[in-house]
Design a protein around this ligand. Structure first.
Ligand SMILES: [Zn+2]
Length: 419
């Protein structure tokens, strides 16, 4: 495969088809008004049928593994060739847009289509993960966890709000949960590539269509409870109050300041609850959430420690107590530097400037990275809007992504031939 292949492909036409396909899949939903598609819901069956038809027309062998992942293998030049995995997730959040996840699968198929039957020294396995968002069972990555062999008994026993377990959902879909071990990756995998919308405003603010993900940010979630004394709002003078809500408010502003003043850090207080919660009562207790993310684990840990210190200082100054509970500590995951470097080169070949970035959101690629070299390409997200029906992507940006994908396959093919 040479650049000639790329030259003969109508990338803009391919991009238009990718967008039309994403829109078509968005109509397969659990509710009529929008797009909601949770793990192995009936609408997922229709999505599988549709995507399978697209792949079969390209001579791709399609199967659904026991974790509900849709997998299509486009064979390499030789029967025993290793495979490059390309994919993303097919589930959505409630009232979702048309591109989060699905775009990565439609992109993979567009690349196969653009190969026009040409075989590479490696195969390409297209994967549509059954679950990534964590909506139905309150825990994400069910699909990709099966590939790395972490879809364990505890996860299979988890139940949704209707009391249906992951295992039962798998059986209800007509799959055999006893075969989950066979969904795991074999050693014959070259790597994992995921195209995904950025879901943020960074690429748009830089005027760039594509980004290379260097790492996926680590995350800390901590709950803080400030305790003072609830009292009468009319009779308690200001200097004699121990107001837990005012203390929390002072700290919330400190969280924002630290986020603003620390490069690469995002720090958010997304929820607050004051007790007893009445207009005429000084709050005696206030509970606040904290979400801190950074590409560097030490920078994130340092920020959390600093915010704990500030919570203590604010509380002691106001004669209050504060306690905290750590809810989540997730380390950052580096993408494969070689694969990311190849993506960077491929983006340059499309005439665009590749922007290296940290993903603030979690993705299947971070699970796959446990076992295989993994990398991601981000596409500019208009208005930075995602997880909303207004989510969109520009056809020209999808065309650039297809071009980038073809250059990348070309590069990997020649690297493969050299090694
Ligand atoms: Zn996604």
């Amino acid at each position: 495969m040479g650049n000639s292949t790329i030259n003969t492909v109508d990338v803009l036409g391919c991009a238009q088809e990718v967008i039309a396909r994403c829109k078509k899949l968005a109509a397969f939903s659990e509710d009529l008004s929008g797009t909601t598609r949770l793990f192995l819901c009936p609408a997922m069956r229709e999505v599988h049928r549709e995507i399978s038809a697209w792949m079969k027309s390209l001579g791709v062998e399609v199967r659904t593994d026991a974790a509900g992942n849709l997998r299509g293998l486009y064979p390499g030049e030789r029967g025993n060739a290793p495979a490059l995995l390309i994919g993303s997730h097919l589930d959505t959040v409630p009232n979702a847009g048309a591109y989060d996840g699905v775009l990565g699968v439609a992109m993979a198929i567009a690349l196969l289509q653009a190969l026009q039957g040409q075989k590479l020294p490696f195969g390409i396995e297209v994967i549509g993960f059954s679950e990534e968002e964590g909506v139905r069972f309150g825990t994400p990555f069910i699909g990709s966890r099966a590939l790395v062999g972490r879809l364990d008994e505890a996860l299979l026993d988890r139940r949704d709000r209707q009391g249906i377990s992951v295992r039962e959902a798998i059986e209800d879909f007509g799959l055999d949960s006893a075969e989950i071990a066979q969904a795991a990756l074999t050693s014959n995998v070259l790597g994992y590539l995921e195209f995904h919308i950025e879901q943020g405003p960074v690429l748009e603010s830089l005027g760039l269509p594509l980004g290379v993900v260097e790492s996926i940010a680590g995350q800390s979630r901590v709950e803080f409870t400030f305790s003072g004394q609830s009292n009468h709002a009319g009779t308690t003078p200001m200097n004699l109050r121990r107001d837990a809500l005012a203390a929390a408010a002072e700290w919330v502003v400190a969280v924002e300041k630290l986020g603003q003043n620390t490069p690469g850090l995002v720090a958010t207080v997304g929820a607050i609850e004051a007790k007893p919660g009445a207009a005429n009562v000084v709050a005696g207790e206030t509970r606040v959430t904290l979400d801190v993310r950074h590409g560097s684990d030490s920078a994130r840990e340092q920020a959390v420690r600093e915010l704990m210190r500030q919570a203590e200082a604010i509380s002691s100054h106001r004669s209050l107590q504060v306690r905290h509970k750590i809810l989540l500590e997730q380390k950052s995951v580096a993408m494969d530097p070689l694969l990311a470097g190849e993506i960077e080169k491929a983006i340059q070949k499309t005439g665009c400037k590749p922007h290296r970035m940290v993903s603030g959101a979690g993705h299947d690629a971070m699970v796959l990275a446990e076992k295989v070299p993994a990398a991601m390409v981000f596409l500019r997200t208009p208005g930075g809007i995602s997880h909303d029906p207004a989510e969109s992507v520009a056809v020209e940006d999808v065309a650039k992504a297809i071009e980038c994908g073809l250059h990348l396959l070309n590069q990997l093919a020649s690297n493969f031939a050299r090694n």
